[in-house]
Ligand binder design. Structure first.
Ligand SMILES: C[S@@+](CC[C@H](N)C(=O)[O-])C[C@H]1O[C@@H](n2cnc3c(N)ncnc32)[C@H](O)[C@@H]1O
Length: 270
């Protein structure tokens, strides 16, 4: 791959999704985009780059963006955040919202949906009183292919074995031909929407919980700051932002403070 193509693709990915590719990822680009070129009837990687430069095919642009994003996720990923949601964050919100009995939750990089379904299982299992509350749950991702999976809510044996406790599998899933499907009682509670975090998201309304885990880690600092500053405007003053275990806001934004009572990356608006 020549350096002009590499620079073009880096800039394209930065503009389309915020992904900061960095240097030395030629192999990754070719390994992921060559099969994509073939699926679009293009002869090779070079033709794909030429077509992308021409900007004629919106489907190709979206497919390149989606192919280069990382979708790694699992049920109850990292465990501790979910323990702290159960023992500290939800109990505190139940007290704070006892008058309106309304909670709004946004999962901002939903991938295949396992993170948000984990949270809903936890809420349903541990807080039966929420049955009488209005709990609004929104899951978004840049990738339509991921949202299709969220909607379908079918997970392979391998996926359910990574972190999903057996009693949860029995209670909230039904077996289907190609794996395990989340029961409709849980599935129907989530609104899934395609959303690029680089775009405006104020129209989603205000939230008590925002989960934005393991996505900003791929962004450069200006994009991180922009997204976090806009999130601070739609997170309720006593709400919580959860980032990924390896993510920090130090030197990125002053709009949030670390919530010291938790070991996981929980932040509150300043
Ligand atoms: C590594 S997964 C994290 C999934 C989940 N939050 C977790 O922690 O297990 C990152 C997700 O972010 C999505 N993503 C990447 N760039 C995005 C953007 N600009 N806007 C919205 N979602 C994005 C990807 O499609 C992918 O599904």
């Amino acid at each position: 791959m020549n350096s002009q193509d590499y620079d073009f693709l880096s800039q394209f990915l930065m503009d389309s999704s915020g992904l900061a590719l960095g240097s030395g990822k030629e192999y990754l680009l070719e390994a992921r985009l060559t099969p994509l070129a073939q699926s679009f009837g293009l002869s090779d990687f070079e033709e794909l780059v030429a077509e992308l430069r021409a900007g004629r095919d919106v489907r190709l642009s979206s497919a390149v963006t989606e192919t280069m994003t990382t979708n790694e996720t699992s049920f109850f990923r990292d465990k501790t955040p979910f323990e702290e949601i159960k023992t500290q964050l939800v109990p505190s919100l139940l007290r704070a919202r006892s008058d309106t009995k309304t909670i709004r939750i946004w999962c901002a990089a939903a991938s295949t949906g396992q993170e948000l379904y984990s949270l809903l299982m936890l809420l349903d299992d541990s807080f039966p009183e929420l049955m009488n509350w209005k709990v609004e749950v929104v899951g978004t991702d840049i990738a339509q292919t991921m949202l299709d999976r969220c909607n379908e809510a079918v997970y392979s044996q391998f996926e359910v074995q990574r972190g999903l406790p057996m009693p949860m599998l029995v209670k909230y899933f039904e077996q289907v031909t190609d794996g395990w499907r989340v029961k409709d009682s849980l599935r129907n509670r989530i609104q899934w929407k395609q959303l690029n975090l680089l775009d405006e998201f104020g129209h989603l309304g205000t939230f008590d919980f925002i989960l934005c885990r393991n996505v900003l880690i791929y962004f450069e600092v200006q994009h991180k700051r922009d997204v976090l500053d806009r999130m601070s405007q739609i997170l309720r003053p006593d709400g919580y932002l959860l980032l990924g275990a390896a993510e920090s806001i130090v030197g990125v934004t002053d709009e949030f403070s670390r919530f010291r009572d938790c070991r996981s990356a929980v932040y509150t608006p300043r």
